[in-house]
Design a protein around this ligand. Structure first.
Ligand code: AMP
Ligand code: GLY
Length: 421
């Protein structure tokens, strides 16, 4: 098959790596890709937010299957355009992608479906929003309604913090804001393939959103992740499926916008009880890196079955393994990252089914030297029989990477592995 992946981060590198190992994959194209992806696939320039351009590309290159990595092309209707053109694609319609694109849409849908989550209210003007937070008191959560790349959420510990967050959001014209109760517990991520009828779990993970050790500093897209999540035992997973995912999918189908693609449920777990924090309509980044490491080449068969509506016929084969990824970011991230700094030492590292460095933001300069080209730059990923083993192996690789312009957290997975001092 000729396969196209849209995107150019660590998530897409991890998918490309897994697909490459599957004999069904003949040609693999990634748009736009990055320097790491270019070692295993053909990287192409393409405006992945333009549905017509993507359809034309798929026709010109005789692509048999397209997988959409990030949310923006989904929200822009790229999956709709491909399906309308008769092309096989993994990814929800723009209407179904509202599950990620609008928090108010999701909260209202979950209320209709009886999905447990935070009490919430939506505002399009500052003064009623201020009155609401003053009446509710702190702590309280303030969120921009639209896509905000993880940056539109403030979990305010105090009333002045909540008021400041509201004032900042409503400084933008046309702002829409959701205010939520703070859910107590610990967060885990639950990933499923959904074909409109069947929901097939493909793994659980936990990420680390803050930039510094000990969960300090500003939020990022994710500084590391591990899979599986110890919070998601069999009972909690079954509850998440029955009480959260299935009612959501049934309500989407009832509304005439069935969900086909990857559903990523962000859950808050308290005493084994899962509640919904948010949905995303794609794999997480860096969660995909640990999921792909654990699933390997079979993930292509799972994704094809999903796109063809055959999920009921297939199930993942699990090893009793653990995977962990450490994100190495460029100095300055999540503010303005320093780009162009040289990276060395990757060639000397093992690269096999248990050790991979997925590239998130790299390029080659005019001399061919690998250099940083983004905030999150490398995802150093390892797989082992235990979380401790995966953590040790990933950090052994990190220690051998020669990149003075980069930094990483040292405590990814430490608490879950019982190693936090
Ligand atoms: P979201 O973009 O909705 O996922 O929010 C980003 C992060 O904010 C989540 O991963 C949580 O850590 C936190 N968060 C969001 N909503 C809540 C909530 N209602 N209660 C507690 N934490 C929340
Ligand atoms: N790592 C969080 C996300 O992909 O949304």
């Amino acid at each position: 098959m000729n396969i196209l992946i849209l995107g150019g981060g660590g998530r897409e590198h991890a998918m490309a790596w897994a697909f490459r190992d599957n004999p069904k994959c003949r040609r693999l194209l990634v748009a736009p890709g990055n320097a790491g992806i270019a070692e295993i696939a053909e990287c192409r320039a393409l405006d992945i937010l333009d549905p017509d351009a993507v359809v034309a590309f798929v026709r010109a290159e005789a692509i048999d299957f397209t997988v959409i990595g990030p949310e923006a092309p989904l929200v822009a209707g790229v999956a709709d355009a491909l399906r309308a053109a008769g092309a096989l694609v993994l990814g929800p319609s723009a209407a179904a992608a509202q599950l990620e694109a609008s928090k108010a849409f999701t909260r209202a849908l979950c209320d209709a479906a009886g999905v447990p989550g935070a009490a919430w209210a939506r505002f399009d003007a500052l003064s009623p929003a201020l009155a609401h937070v003053r009446a509710q008191g702190a702590p309280i959560v303030v969120k921009a309604d639209g896509l905000a790349a993880g940056k539109g959420v403030t979990v305010a510990a105090t009333l002045p913090e909540a008021e400041a967050a509201l004032e900042a959001l409503f400084a933008q014209p046309g702002a829409e804001v959701v205010i939520e109760e703070v859910l107590a517990g610990e967060e885990a991520s639950f990933f499923l393939l959904c074909d409109g009828e069947t929901a097939l779990p493909i793994g659980t993970a936990q990420d680390h959103k803050r930039v510094h050790d000990g969960d300090r500093g500003p939020n990022t897209g994710g500084m590391g992740a591990f899979s599986p999540s110890p919070l998601m035992d069999a009972d909690t997973t079954a509850r998440a499926l029955d009480e959260i995912v299935r009612p959501t999918l049934a309500e989407m189908t009832r509304r005439g916008t069935p969900f086909q693609g990857i559903l990523y449920a962000g859950l808050m777990i308290e005493a084994g009880r899962p509640r919904l924090v948010e949905y995303n309509v794609r794999l997480g980044d860096p969660e995909a890196q640990v999921l792909m490491m654990r699933l390997g080449a079979q993930v292509l068969d799972l994704m094809l079955a999903c796109a063809e509506g055959r999920l009921g016929e297939i199930a993942p084969h699990w090893a009793e393994d653990h995977a962990l990824t450490v994100v190495m970011a460029a100095r300055g991230y999540p503010g303005l990252p320093e780009t162009g700094t040289p990276i060395a030492g990757l060639e000397a590292l093992a690269a096999d089914s248990r050790h991979q460095v997925f590239h998130a933001g790299t390029t080659r300069d005019s001399t061919g030297q690998l250099v940083a080209a983004g905030g999150r730059v490398l995802c150093v990923t390892a797989r082992a029989a235990s979380l401790r083993g995966a953590r040790a192996a990933a950090y052994r690789m990190v220690a051998r990477i020669d990149w003075p312009g980069g930094f990483c957290r040292t405590d990814i997975g430490a608490r879950a592995a019982g190693e936090d001092g």
